[in-house]
Design a protein. Structure first.
Length: 443
């Protein structure tokens, strides 16, 4: 009786394994047919061969071999559960096709503070995302600077994971002509978070541009994870700060100040180039300039507006302010968009800095995305497969990105800047009613 029961269990286990192997074989065959060979899936290909060999062998009846078979089956699924050789970004939702151009400038008036070479001059890299006109066919912009010649790591990510990032659809046609409407376009400067490359905000920048804005996304060299300088050199993050040292706040304040100077340099470049006839810059309305950013970029953008009257409106996305602000400034529109901040004790410095910004600008608007966390406003979670994204969200706090989260954030900024820069009625309540999880809060 016991022997018959054991044989029955064995047969059932074999059937389950056979079905699993068959499904995985179909999945691998589909992947090879659809996308071709990727080295990331080599373990799955090899393990599939081993699985099939072991399964058809007579030794399958041995308990040890069954355990090995299960381990191999799980291992074969790992590449599908973690790595995305070619991530899919969130497509723009506005009425315009999107073009993009990259500008690499040198500020001859500033020595680079972060490197040790006193002959270095400050570089600032700007990628413009804008409404495109004419035929929109062409080459999509590369996702990341320096692809195929990256250093071993880009931030914490091994660069070999990015071997196929040249295939990512960025939804921006490189050097496409600007759409012609008879009017110049409002301008929004966008600043990334500390240590982040501008690439990690591609979905956001392209999405906002599709709604009728020229979005100038900055890279801050030697703080950005990776960016290419004017001379072709790839600059990576230089922390030059000792962990545990007492002046971390001073370090962050210095980096914020460097970023503010970068913003002012870009504004000067726009003014200098705006008079060029038939150039991209001639299509920009420099009387309608806003600024936005994420994390340190959001706080920097707001600080830049406090110091520079050319900026007419600012959005801080989840940013903490370091240092002070001018004692007096003219009131201007200010919007704070934030992730879930239910654990208020963790965000005392964040709250104090934003209260100073509200006071400086004479009030403003504040909206929380209750289902978002700090990384939900970036492309970073999109680099992982959905199962790995869920795991990272629960273990490491890496944000979930959904189409609804992305669209709600872009929509909030669209209606805010449409009111602040274009003078149209403010429709924030419409966005709140359209998307679940947006909570209006007092400043």
């Amino acid at each position: 009786m016991t022997s018959a029961y054991s044989i029955h269990r064995l047969n059932r286990a074999n059937k389950v394994l056979a079905i699993s192997i068959s499904l995985l074989s179909l999945l691998l065959a589909f992947q090879l047919f659809w996308k071709g060979f990727y080295w990331q899936y080599l373990p799955a290909y090899l393990q599939m061969c081993v699985l099939i060999t072991v399964f058809v062998s007579k030794t399958l009846r041995k308990k040890l071999m069954r355990i090995v078979l299960v381990v191999l089956l799980v291992a074969a699924l790992i590449p599908w559960s973690i790595f995305l050789p070619v991530p899919t970004l969130i497509a723009p939702s506005g009425d315009y096709a999107v073009g993009t151009q990259i500008f690499r400038w040198v500020d001859s008036t500033r020595v680079e503070q972060i490197t040790k070479d006193s002959s270095d001059l400050r570089n600032v890299i700007v990628q413009a995302w804008y409404p495109a006109g004419g035929k929109t066919g062409g080459t999509h912009a590369p996702y990341l600077d320096g692809l195929h010649r990256l250093p071993p790591n880009v931030n914490v990510l091994p660069s070999f994971l990015m071997d196929h990032y040249d295939q990512i659809n960025t939804y921006g046609i490189l050097n496409a002509p600007t759409a012609k409407t008879g009017n110049k376009w409002p301008v929004i400067l966008f600043l990334p978070g500390y240590g982040a490359a501008r690439a990690f905000y591609t979905s956001f920048a392209a999405g906002l541009a599709s709604h009728g804005y020229v979005v100038l996304c900055l890279d801050h060299p030697y703080e950005s994870a990776i960016t290419q300088l004017v001379n072709g050199k790839l600059a990576t993050t230089i922390e030059n700060f000792q962990p545990g040292a007492p002046d971390r706040l001073g370090f962050m304040k210095n980096r914020l100040d460097i970023r503010v100077a970068d913003v002012q340099f870009v504004l000067n470049q726009l003014e200098h180039r705006n008079s060029s006839i038939d150039s991209f810059f001639a299509s920009l309305d420099l009387n309608r300039i806003g600024i936005a950013g994420h994390s340190l970029g959001g706080a920097t953008g707001a600080a830049a507006m406090a110091y520079d009257s050319r900026i007419k409106a600012a959005v801080n996305i989840d940013g903490t302010l370091y240092g002070g602000l001018p004692e007096s400034t003219i009131p201007r529109p200010f919007l704070l968009v934030e992730s879930n901040k239910s654990d208020t004790a963790r965000f005392a410095r964040y709250e104090a800095g934003n209260q100073l910004l509200f006071k400086t600008f004479g009030g403003g608007y504040r909206y929380e995305l209750s289902n978002a966390d700090h990384y939900s406003f970036t492309d970073v979670p999109l680099l992982l497969s959905p199962p790995a994204r869920l795991l990272a969200a629960h273990i490491f706090g890496l944000g979930q990105v959904s189409r609804r989260t992305h669209l709600s954030t872009v929509s909030l900024l669209d209606v805010f800047f449409d009111h602040s820069l274009n003078g149209n009625p403010l429709q924030m309540d419409t966005i709140v009613s359209r998307y679940r999880g947006i909570v209006r809060k007092s400043g």
